[in-house]
Design a protein around this ligand. Structure first.
Ligand code: FES
Length: 178
């Protein structure tokens, strides 16, 4: 009868078993790492998504009906807004480096500055109360809807909310790096 307290012998079979297990583990790790990196890529160094605080010249509560305020994305660090929706040259997730906060029929909206045709920056036509694109003549109502020109659809919204002080709004965006 074998002595249960006697130390187990490290046989050649045991050694081969451990060696094969180690080899298979190494193969899975080395082969699977690129796949994992492809599926869950690390955020580029220095980039971070989050709300961007934008300081406006006019407090949000004092914006008059039919008035729009232009703003730009912060440049230090270099940042951009993230479009919430889009058509034509704009799509949800695309970046914008400026926008407008507009009050129209009592409703506040934030739009990316990019024309939905080919992305040129629109400007506010204060007389006509419209957003006009200087590149090919597309025009948009203050509610973002296109009414003239080759743009295939409305302006892209930016997701926003009021900040803690009256002049600040927070817009979904990304810090691109320093
Ligand atoms: S880019 Fe605006 S009309 Fe073409």
């Amino acid at each position: 009868m074998a002595d249960a307290a006697a130390p187990k012998r490290f046989t050649r079979r045991t050694f081969l078993g451990w060696w094969l297990a180690g080899l298979m583990t190494a193969t899975v790790v080395i082969g699977g790492a690129p796949l994992l990196l492809y599926l869950w890529p690390a955020a580029p160094k220095g980039q971070k998504k989050g709300p961007l605080a934008i300081s406006l010249a006019t407090p949000v509560s004092q914006l008059q009906d039919g008035q729009a305020i232009k703003f730009d994305a912060p440049t230090s660090p270099n940042s951009a807004f993230i479009m919430a929706d889009g058509v034509g040259d704009n799509a949800a997730g695309d970046l914008a480096f400026g926008g407008f906060l507009v009050k129209n029929n009592g409703k506040l909206d934030c739009f990316a500055v990019n024309c939905s045709h080919l992305g040129c920056p629109i400007g506010l036509n204060e007389t006509a109360k419209s957003f006009d694109c200087p590149c090919h003549g597309s025009r948009f109502h203050l509610n973002g809807q296109r009414f003239d020109g080759p743009a295939p659809g409305p302006l892209s919204h930016l997701t926003w909310k009021e900040g803690t002080d009256p002049n600040t709004i927070l817009i979904d965006g990304i810090i691109l790096g320093f």
